[in-house]
Write a protein that binds this ligand. Sequence first.
Ligand SMILES: Nc1ncnc2c1ncn2[C@@H]1O[C@H](COP(=O)(O)OP(=O)(O)OP(=O)(O)O)[C@@H](O)[C@H]1O
Length: 990
Amino acid sequence: MANAVASSSRDRTAQPRTSLHSLHSVHQYNPNQAVVMTDEIIRRRPASGLYIKIVNQYGFKVKVGKGQHGEVFLAENVHHPGSAMAVKAVRRKNKSDRLRKLRRNDNIPRQPHLPLVDQLGSTEHKIRKEIAIMKKLNHPHVVRLLEVIDDPLNDKIYMVMEYLGGGEIKWRTASDNPLLRVDQTRRICRDVILGLEYLHYQGIIHRDIKPANLLWTADRRTVKISDFGVSTFSYAQRLAAAGKGNIKHDDTDPILMDESDLSKTAGTPMFLAPEIIADASESAYHLPLPFLPHPHRSSSSQSQTQTQVQMNASNKTPTPTQGTGTAVQVGAQTPRKKPPITKAIDIWAFGVTLYGLLFGTLPFHAGTEFEIYKVIRTQDWDVPAVMGLDRIPTGGRHPEFAAAAAAKKNGPAGRKAVLETDGAQVMDLLERLLEKNAARRITLERVKRHPWILRDLEKPEEWLRETQLTQYIPLEPTHDETSSAMSAVRFRWLPRIGNRILSTLRSVKPQRSFRRGRPRDDRDEQDEVGVRSAPHYVHVVRQQPASATIASGAATIGSPRQLGSVRERKRRSRQDLARNKSTNDIGSKPVDGSWASSPGAGSSKGKSVDTSLRIPSQSSRITSPAPSPSVGPSSMATSPVGEHPPSDHLPDGASPRSDRPQSMVMQWVRKLGGSSRMSSYSNYPSLMTESAVNLALSGRLQYRDGDGRMHPVAATSPPSRDSADAMSGHATSRQSSMSMSIGGKLSKAMRAASWTAPDFAQARPSEDMTSLYSGDRPEDLDEEVLMYGAGGVAGSPVPSVPNSALLSTVSSMHSIGPALVVRPRMDEQHPEASDHVNHCHSHSHSHSHSRSRAGISPSSRSRTTSPLAKVTYRTREESPSSGSDDDDSDENSYDSADDGSSILDHQTRGRTMLVNQDPGDAHSFEGQPSTSQMYHDEDEDSDSEEAVPLEVRTRRPSQSAADMTSPRRSLSASAHPAAQAGKQRTMICT
Ligand SMILES: Nc1ncnc2c1ncn2[C@@H]1O[C@H](COP(=O)(O)OP(=O)(O)OP(=O)(O)O)[C@@H](O)[C@H]1O
């Protein structure tokens, strides 16, 4: 079977792309191909100009895009020249970093009582959620996540994805004319429908469907859905889609099960469904209390504070005068229950997208963010007389009128003829997609069968059959397979693994903030957050020989709390590395046979036990061997963490670098399982402790195969592979990966531990496996389509159309609705704070005035998304306080909306984009911490990314009006005088 699957994979890549025969290969697409999780970053300095930088096995070639939280690079696996993948480098940001920065500037009172857990930032949570979602997804029309490189010691997380060389769908000219022919649009739609159908089946609501999130493969034959930054997992939807009892185990992933963001509004204004907008515009007045840190405020007064939102009923603009217009008192006790966000919002967004592709413009128009919401909610849409680049007549918004007229003239045949035109069919589909009542909106299932979607398909029934969703139902382990494996290795506690790890990590938190030789202070504590957060240095190796020992390597480094600063840590790491080299380190060069000779080892003989465990002193995550020519396909299923190229694979001059401390191993082991019990591992698997499986879960439990190679035993991360192998087509089967020289029981154990185990049969270039999936593709798209710039606008690398920010993603519910003025009731107690608020009001109203004063053209260098928003670009030299934070001032920074920052400092290649209400106040934001200021990479190579010119696609952040509703937002806003002067709702768009 393994061979069959593997050969089918080969056949698939050999299939001509223009044949429907290739559809058969799609059937065999295996969704169980796992995402590789790597928890160590090793950087190498590229000697030649081939790469910007090298992170693990990935050589970064060029920056291809920039999102809200990160940058996307085209990368190549240094093992496989010519391979291509997209690596999204995302900074982890968290509140603690912001607080640290603010405290450093003495802008806010210290709050040492803040629990550490509360300081973990939402941005990282969001990234992790995006990763968790993407990990679930494996479909030809969904961008595939291949590997996550998440080193807790690094401030960036790297998401390695398949590379979509065609970029975003460009759909309009600068004059708002369509770029795509109608039949091209239809093909795109088929792709999107299939991808969306799969997402919904998996319980994922994408929430940001729009052309910019639909990426072409390099050959422009396939479109895939990308960007899950605001996506949501709905367990209820998953249940409904799959039926009870058919839920994959990983659906219980806590980060997925957190559905709190279902109540938040996110997406792109122009594409938001009416139900979201109605919800947001109503509930926007029921905002949670802003956190207003004031030295004299007691916690009780905070909880009782009410916020008033002043709205002028006629024009919906905020008024500074309390008591006029429609005043809504907002209290924590009156949150309005929001209607659930359902997958219908994706259908609506798909309808808007379809309209855009057909007409080069969008169905609803308005000049401002709030206006567009009103228009979407209340107004109907109309259509031009023709659609598509080929200008096919639409027949008008209501083809039924023409059909009735034709029926009068020519009878039923005449009517039929009218209704079967391209225009009439697409009108009918749009009508159903853009149904304002979500309950009545067409379902994807019916969209898929709509005549316009099936139109021009040679064999529509075959297409429907071939693309049935059931083919993507994830493989579940059989009962036998599961139960036998579980009994052998005691994997019954799998559902509790996450909790155990969490509790383990919690228990070590206090150690993280220890600084040797220095008294602790808040700053130290903040420095440690999110850095040394996991026991990385445990390396447990299973061996075939009977003897088993646990050995610790040279204990020269100590526990994390003894590590001191990063520099100190690195220095010690290098020393340790050198020492280990000279003493024939067992971690990096495992030898066959017993580990009894290892320092500190004990031994235990067991009856024909085929495993042993050890803890080497070398960093465990890089010890898996690189693939050798003699390694067969199955051995390609080694851990990706072992795929870091040996130095002789690297470009000239490149040298591996690991800055890991090595030997806090035993402490972690004791924490995980207790050293006294470690000898019991010799009886593995029957006596394997949960601690050992915890190690397995974290990828550090390894076994030695018959050839002496090391492989990780993974619990949630399966015996994994180099994602590059996926891209280069190295294929093995699940069966082969499960039978790797360990023997039946362990294989089953591994199988049980790897429910999401990869099927390496699917390892192949994604574009091959997705070709023609959505139907006939007799020809390529026009060449000129390939030339267009970002934002879906032809000939414009940066969108220049007005209101382009309304086409950008918003990930904060508070950007929805009219610009709000939130007035805290603190004027009696703290008149100075009240002044700030009033000052804010006046700024709001003087917005247009100050704009004209500054001579800022609304259409050139500013992107206005709400009446209170403005983006101003200034050169770095113009910025009075630029460079005030020398540690990271040269970083390319951009703020995120979700974390509530009012920091809008965007520096791009020497230019600083300051966002403020008044240009005169722009400099004052410089004093606030920006993303980059707080999250600079500890690695000295990190800046190399920033020097890379943005060559292909740029999506700039823009902002809109103020929001003081988020505790963190108002924290920073209130803390900084300038922020108080210009507190505006923040909306980051990309
Ligand atoms: N897999 C990929 N292959 C090729 N290009 C990609 C890929 N993923 C993203 N890009 C490009 O990088 C740009 C930024 O991507 P990203 O998804 O991070 O931005 P974004 O949509 O603004 O995301 P977010 O909202 O999470 O910040 C995209 O517009 C796209 O052009």
